[in-house]
Design a protein around this ligand. Sequence first.
Ligand code: PMP
Length: 290
Amino acid sequence: MDEMTQRTVYVNGDYVAERDATVSIFDRGFLLADGVYEVSSVLGGKLIDFPGHMGRLNRSAAALELALPWDEEALLAIHRELIRRNALDEGMVYLQLTRGSAGDRDFHYPDADTQPTLVLFTQAKSLVDARSGREGIRVATQPDWRWARRDIKTVQLLYPAMAKMAAAAAGADDAWLVEDGMVTEGASNNAWMLTRDGALVTRELSPAILPGITRAVVMELAEALSLRIEERAFSVEEAREARECFVTSASSFVTPVIAIDDVPIGDGRPGEVARRLRAAYIEESRRRAL
Ligand code: PMP
């Protein structure tokens, strides 16, 4: 980024130009991926699903015995200040919390007086009018070779990055991860399908998947639309035969999946239920935004 477009980012209490932002080389986030993160989307300069994202941040931090010395109100104030300073209208705010630096490398957690590292930055992006939302995406299946605690939103994203690269090499837009023949979730989103007899299916919550904040809201909206919901695992074969498939995440909202491993889903175009849920999610999010 050139001088004119330098973002203002947040690092441990300070708002600084991105080029002046620094974190220790001994930070445990850098050395050990000992940290958690959240991504909250922004529409019209306001945060969507913010309490949900901060609730999950608390649960992720607690699962790792990671101190989070900021309450939701303080974190909201930091998010809002960054949005204001960067004049962000639409896009995301990324937050990362790590166990900080004890000044050396050691597997054991440092003493409780070691300060955690908190970093936030904004990313401007067109979300509502994203082409993927209109036209859908093609996914390629990849083995789910992540660790067993995928319910914690840690920054160890190397395998999802590898899976996305493998999917791109296969000509797809994203990866769906598969374990024992069953879809766990997308590499950075939750996976859904609509069966031919009209049931909306997404995997039940467990340590095998991340409890998506968007997933929870979309489930409420689907109930309001009187859709029949089944929380259960589904196979790649079942998904290929589905009437529709889609993914949900904070930054992609509801995005249709039009092919799995080059097999078209339904008629190969974005489905009607995905389209309705996307519209309902955007409308509801604008209404609830903070
Ligand atoms: N699963 C994984 C593996 C993810 O990385 C994400 C995105 N954070 C999601 C699901 C969707 O979660 P959310 O709706 O909270 O963005």
